[in-house]
Design a protein. Structure first.
Length: 233
């Protein structure tokens, strides 16, 4: 369970998060909204890159924001980034091992994470991996060790449709397999519908809808928020 209370972020005059309050149950939940809605900023607050001006975030009963960022990783916070972050000069194995080292996880956990995503031949370097294999490497990094809260920021970006299906199957398995809650940010509403039981919608830093994904995506406020953007609900 993730509880967000009165969370605000201010960059000069801009409020990318404006007094946001919501709760997301365990399992995989979606976080969607038009470009600039504040989704990545929310992830940045949770991982400690951005300091909020007010508010609290409680994950699994623990106050995340009172923990130093490096302790959040040890606690079990994981994230991936919108831009693919695989180190091209290192093997897939070493990409995951570096993440494992940061959280004190051992070599067998690296192999377990790679087996989970189905990445065969993890000795190939990042630069020789396909985009799907790079995205799988990132998922492996996000589940290595003992993850408790996994934040995925557009993990399907740059993938073809049949590749996205593989991602769907994988992301759905994370809660049961690792006991972690997953929050998925994506513009691909088919991906969000296929994976997320509940979804919260942000628009201009405010929550405009929250609930079962199918209800939320057919909500008139949500459709209106997407009007005039290239992303269609
Ligand atoms: N470091 C920053 N400094 C100033 N403004 C920022 C910064 N990061 C994000 N923003 C602004 O905050 C708003 C939300 O951005 P972001 O969280 O990246 O949106 P999303 O991920 O939903 O597309 C945007 O208006 C963006 O321009
Ligand atoms: Mg973003």
């Amino acid at each position: 369970m993730l509880r967000v209370r009165d969370l605000s972020v201010s960059f000069g005059g801009v409020m990318p998060l404006d007094d946001v309050t919501f709760e997301l149950p365990d399992g995989v939940c979606g976080l969607v909204g038009p470009n600039g809605a504040g989704k990545t900023t929310f992830f940045n607050v949770l991982s400690g890159f951005v300091r909020p001006s007010a508010g609290a975030v409680e994950a699994d009963g623990t106050s995340l924001l009172s923990m130093a960022p490096h302790r959040r990783a040890r606690w079990g916070l994981r994230r991936t980034f919108q831009q693919e972050q695989v180190v091209h000069s290192l093997s897939a194995y070493d990409n995951v091992r570096i993440a494992a080292d940061e959280v004190g996880a051992a070599g067998d956990q690296v192999r377990e994470a790679l087996a989970f995503v189905g990445l065969d031949d993890a000795q190939r370097r990042g630069r020789h991996l396909t985009m799907l294999e790079r995205r799988l490497t990132e998922i492996a990094r996000s589940v290595v060790g003992r993850p408790r809260l996994v934040l995925l920021d557009e993990p399907g970006a740059g993938l073809a449709e049949e590749e996205t299906e593989r991602l769907v199957a994988l992301i759905r398995k994370i809660p049961e397999r690792f006991g972690a809650q997953v929050i998925l940010v994506d513009h691909d509403m088919e991906l969000v519908s296929a994976v997320c039981g509940n979804t919260v919608v942000l628009d201009f830093g405010r929550v405009i809808a929250l609930g079962p994904t199918a209800d939320v995506l057919s909500d008139e406020h949500v459709k209106r928020a997407y009007l005039g953007t290239e992303e269609v609900v």
